[in-house]
Design a protein around this ligand. Structure first.
Ligand SMILES: *[C@@H]1O[C@H](CO)[C@@H](O)[C@H](O)[C@H]1NC(C)=O
Ligand SMILES: *[C@@H]1O[C@H](CO)[C@@H](O)[C@H](O)[C@H]1NC(C)=O
Ligand SMILES: *[C@@H]1O[C@H](CO)[C@@H](O)[C@H](O)[C@H]1NC(C)=O
Ligand SMILES: *[C@@H]1O[C@H](CO)[C@@H](O)[C@H](O)[C@H]1NC(C)=O
Ligand SMILES: *[C@@H]1O[C@H](CO)[C@@H](O)[C@H](O)[C@H]1NC(C)=O
Ligand SMILES: *[C@@H]1O[C@H](CO)[C@@H](O)[C@H](O)[C@H]1NC(C)=O
Ligand SMILES: *[C@@H]1O[C@H](CO)[C@@H](O)[C@H](O)[C@H]1NC(C)=O
Length: 366
């Protein structure tokens, strides 16, 4: 997706450590603050949870494991599996499947699910899964926004910025945009982004539709109400540098509402989103917010179940600089993380995963 303003996201307060150091592709975190947060700050504890950038952290195993996929279906009339204050989360996936990492939710007054809220002050709402999907089918049932400058997104996002999108922009309520990114790179020359009409079942903001991402190792299909509209094969993404520009790393599932039509956005982003947001819009005045409505999410993991696996963990790059991921049984919980002496051994806790045949992966077993 076109990015949320750093002004909103970069300065999120995270407990447990001071964000003194920044991190990026040329500057990794120091040992004293080993984890590079999603927004480019080094720290401990929460910085090591979801979004932690393994390649910019002190070591590839500084981030806590990415909790492994678990197939399930959630109806968002029930928020018992949602931690609505994401800063309180400690990595315990037994307690929560979803986190509000920004903004807030309100139950839909008609009992159809939950509203993600955008106000002039909150900068939008982001609901993120606590677990990761490493290939699988994700079905979102939702009603979109319908206001110029406001964007609804239902995506997968990996910690190294592989991304697969459904996006709904501005006041366009009869179409859905698809997109994908490999390590944060969009390939506009190959029109990675494509728009599809929602031809039946009515306006996307007034009617629930099912938007599916069927993300498998060799292909990715976007479907609307069960009808596939776009298929990308991994083979399609082979670039001139010999690298498959295909999203291939474990990803969280995220649903959001965000303000693209604001002063701090790039001009192209504002135009893409249908112009500036009108904060005097009658709907905004009436509700006190803009919103979309999420009814349900269904995830069908491609992984085989193995209860001894807790998560995915990066092990570095392969020879063509594609990040490599393995399974681990390390705890995903901040306080339950392995003692430093064990953690420093790093990959010793990784499982043999020979049974999972991913052609581009070279598994390093120690
Ligand atoms: C990475 O961070 C360092 C230290 O803050 C900074 O000097 C450098 O410009 C950054 N590089 C990029 C590519 O952002
Ligand atoms: C979330 O919890 C933190 C820590 O207890 C607290 O400071 C903050 O106000 C809470 N935020 C909300 C929105 O309740
Ligand atoms: C994790 O959550 C479960 C369910 O809420 C709870 O029983 C357990 O004590 C929690 N564990 C930790 C270490 O927080
Ligand atoms: C969307 O908003 C623009 C600008 O206000 C307007 O010209 C256009 O007709 C609107 N489109 C729809 C489908 O309402
Ligand atoms: C963009 O995609 C085209 C076609 O798939 C490919 O030939 C090209 O190398 C890609 N460019 C980049 C920068 O990935
Ligand atoms: C790993 O690959 C990524 C993406 O291609 C690259 O940005 C990074 O510099 C590589 N890291 C190392 C240690 O080679
Ligand atoms: C994790 O895996 C290692 C290596 O297979 C094993 O020795 C260890 O007992 C496992 N730990 C847990 C908590 O299952």
């Amino acid at each position: 997706m076109r990015r949320w303003s750093v002004a909103f996201l970069g300065l999120l307060a995270l407990p447990g450590a001071l964000a003194v150091y920044t991190c990026n592709s040329t500057s990794a975190c120091p040992q004293s603050a080993p984890c590079c947060s999603e927004y480019g700050f080094c720290g401990t504890d929460s910085y090591c949870l979801g979004g932690c950038e393994p390649l910019y952290s002190y070591t590839e195993t500084s981030c806590l494991p990415e909790p492994v996929c678990e197939s399930n279906a959630w109806q968002f009339t029930d928020l018992s599996r949602v931690q609505t204050n994401g800063t309180l989360y400690n990595g315990n996936v037994t307690a929560y499947d979803w986190l509000v990492t920004k903004g807030s939710l309100e139950l839909d007054p008609d009992g159809n699910g939950v509203r993600l809220i955008l106000t002039e002050d909150n900068g939008g709402t982001l609901l993120s899964s606590t677990r990761y999907v490493h290939y699988g089918k994700i079905e979102f049932v939702l009603e979109t926004t319908k206001w110029s400058g406001v964007v609804t997104a239902a995506i997968t996002m990996s910690d190294v910025k592989d991304e697969i999108d459904w996006e709904f922009v501005g006041n366009e309520t009869t179409s859905a945009q698809t997109n994908y990114y490999f390590l944060g790179q969009a390939n506009y020359s190959a029109t990675a982004g494509e728009t599809y009409q929602v031809t039946s079942g009515g306006d996307t903001s007034q009617n629930f539709h099912t938007y599916t991402l069927d993300w498998q190792e060799d292909y990715l299909t976007w479907s609307i109400d069960g009808n596939s509209v776009r298929t990308l094969t991994k083979a399609d993404t082979m670039a001139s540098d010999g690298q498959y520009k295909y999203p291939s790393t474990p990803s969280r599932v995220q649903i959001s509402i965000w303000p693209a039509g604001i002063d701090s956005s790039a001009q192209g982003t504002i135009e893409w989103a249908g112009g500036m947001i009108d904060w005097t819009d009658a709907d905004y005045i009436a509700h006190g917010y803009f919103y979309n409505t999420l009814q349900s999410v269904t995830i069908t993991c491609a992984d085989t179940d193995d209860s001894s696996i807790t998560g995915y963990q990066y092990t570095g790059n392969d020879s063509s600089n594609v990040p490599v991921v393995g399974f681990t049984n390390r705890s995903t919980i901040i306080s339950g993380a392995l003692p430093a002496s064990v953690a420093s051994v790093g990959l010793a806790g990784l499982f043999s995963v020979a049974a999972v045949a991913l052609p581009w992966v070279t598994w390093s077993l120690f």
